[in-house]
Ligand binder design. Sequence first.
Ligand code: ATP
Length: 287
Amino acid sequence: MNIKFHNVSKKYKSKQALDNITISLNNGIYGLLGANGAGKTTLINIFVGILKSDQGDITVNGTNVKDMGLNFLTHIGYLPQYPRFYKDFKVYDFLLYISALKEIPKEDAVKRSKNLIDIVNLGDVAYQKIGALSGGMRQRVGIAQAMLNNPDILILDEPTAGLDPQERIRFRNLITKFSENRIVLLATHIVSDVEFIANQVILLKEGHLIKQDSPEALMNEIDGKVWLVSTTDKIIREDNTHMKISNMYRENGNVQMRVIDDHKPDSSAMRVSPNLEDVFLYYNAEE
Ligand SMILES: Nc1ncnc2c1ncn2[C@@H]1O[C@H](COP(=O)(O)OP(=O)(O)OP(=O)(O)O)[C@@H](O)[C@H]1O
């Protein structure tokens, strides 16, 4: 599978939400990362056909999606950022209903719905109404419905919103298994969702493509620019050095700060290996 975005742009009135985005995706997991308002949902909505771009084209295996008609949708599974459900549907019935909309034959629909209910760990509530589920459980119904048609291209917009830590891990494992021979595009601003599973990260900022590369390559690029500085609460309260702090935690009565800086920010600072969160901050921090 291959998806190409060629010079895709989108403006909402005077707001340039996407500016000339050109990217290419092959099989694997792609983390679409960006701060709030970076343009992730706009890019996804243009791809799945909810929005029209002002300019540019998208091709799947070389064919313009505009020429694929409804056939295009049979290849796609999609979880919107804010999925809406019929609250009176029971989980299992809802999956059968979505299967019918996707024109999945009844026998397959039954098998697949039951299987996905197990996979997303909703066996205990399969016959409960969606309206009675917790937010995280509903989100898992959303993930399951996106996978019903066994899509070649799975598009997930903020899929882990509301999931507890255990379910996040389950989700990451599920996506890693599922991604073999497919494209999974996962939009998030939660770096840890993609840090260990994405083959590539697409970094957007204010509608621009900042980087597309493997997490390892992105981390290598800022090697030598991440420091650990040990300090105290008092100094932090008084500090006005405007360091780019990617993380802060307490250890043995001191405060440890992870600082992003081209130069050693303090004589006691120790160089540490970058992680993907540091990369995110490096490209997103205010000057
Ligand atoms: N319908 C709209 N009308 C006007 N502006 C919009 C509309 N939808 C999005 N925008 C603007 O376009 C920009 C990109 O929004 P988008 O929702 O694509 O970002 P995002 O990266 O998905 O953000 P988030 O992480 O907050 O969901 C933002 O500045 C947003 O305010």
